[in-house]
Design a protein around this ligand. Structure first.
Ligand SMILES: [Zn+2]
Length: 331
């Protein structure tokens, strides 16, 4: 990407948006085809596995489970805390340049602590299991830095090591929370930027069912993982990593809460709620003088579609499990 000149890069911006959509659709290529009597379930990394369709829907459907809206309930639990703790593991160098900064750390934590209870996050409360609904509450449960215990070329097993290490370095072991590993843009991860922008999964760690996810700094690959290279909170032109990361983090936390063990909510194609609205932003506004955007966001006329916590944000829509089902910006 660095070899592309500024002018060419600018000219390619529109093409990049198309490529971004293709990159995400390309995840489907990796999914096996199903035969009658089979269905696909998500693997947690955007891929899917084929399993036989049970003759009857698994598990009893209780009062909190509403179906018939384009997404299926598969019997597993959702996360139902009144406010779900999101534990952040800042991996790599977050005292660097561009978007790899403490300003990004502060912005992301402010975002998550402002998100709970918003009309946007309440879209997730249309999902439940047999004993209750998702609350729509979230907050930062804790945050730690790991400056590079597993190097700069990560794999899934190294990510597991990073999460495991975080549990002995200050984060609680909490089956009702979500752990997110956020990597600085100098860190690679198997599949990041080529197959996906983030993923979530679950794994038994310390004898506990730990839900964890990965979100890389998308300034590593703005063409694939950012809707715009200058966002509403960019500190300067073409430093869109914080806004891009917030969008992917939003996607993954919605799914980790509504489908924490990969056996609750997804459709017949294996798509979870946020997958069904991937890079779908709905109606947007334009940063301009008088908006809450940064000066760089105003100059670039960056797009945003949400305002809360004294900031403007550009975050994808989520699938509402009501009224037939659709991508919406708020419940
Ligand atoms: Zn997803």
């Amino acid at each position: 990407m660095k070899s592309i000149s500024g002018k060419v890069r600018y000219a390619l911006t529109f093409l990049f948006v198309i490529l971004a959509a293709n990159l995400l659709l390309a995840q489907k290529v990796r999914e096996p085809q199903t035969n009658p009597g089979e269905r696909m379930v998500p693997n947690g990394d955007g891929s899917a596995v084929v399993v036989p369709v049970p003759e009857e829907e698994a598990g009893p459907v209780g009062l909190a489970v509403v179906t018939g809206n384009g997404i299926n309930y598969n019997g597993g639990p959702v996360l139902k805390s009144s406010s779900v703790p999101i534990y952040l593991i800042w991996y790599g160098n977050w005292n660097g340049t561009g978007s790899n900064t403490q300003a990004t750390v502060t912005l992301v934590e402010h975002y998550l602590n402002s998100l709970g209870g918003t009309p946007y996050e309440l879209i997730n409360s249309t999902y439940g299991d047999t004993t209750g609904n998702v609350s729509g509450g979230v907050h930062v449960g804790g945050a730690i830095f790991d400056t590079g215990s597993q190097g700069t070329r990560l794999t899934n097993s190294r990510l597991t090591s990073i999460v495991t290490r975080s549990l002995s370095n200050g984060l609680p072991t909490d089956a009702n929370g979500v752990y997110m590993v956020l990597t600085s843009s100098n860190v690679s991860e198997q599949g990041f930027c080529t197959s996906f922008c983030g993923f979530h999964t679950h794994q038994t760690i310390n004898s506990t069912d730990i839900k964890w996810g990965f979100v890389g700094n998308p300034d590593r690959c703005p063409s694939g993982c950012e809707i715009q290279t200058t966002g509403p909170n960019s500190p300067s032109a073409n430093v869109g990593g914080a806004d891009g990361l917030i969008n992917v983090l939003t996607h993954e936390q919605e799914e980790a809460i509504s489908d924490p063990d990969l056996n609750a909510w997804f459709d017949s194609s294996g798509q979870e709620n946020a997958d069904k609205c991937n890079f779908n932003f709905g109606t947007t506004s334009t940063c301009a003088a008088g908006s809450l955007c940064t000066a760089a966001g105003n100059t670039a006329r960056a797009k945003f579609n949400q305002t809360f916590g004294t900031n403007d944000w550009m975050i994808q829509q989520n699938w509402e499990n009501a009224a037939g089902g659709k991508c919406v910006q708020h419940k």
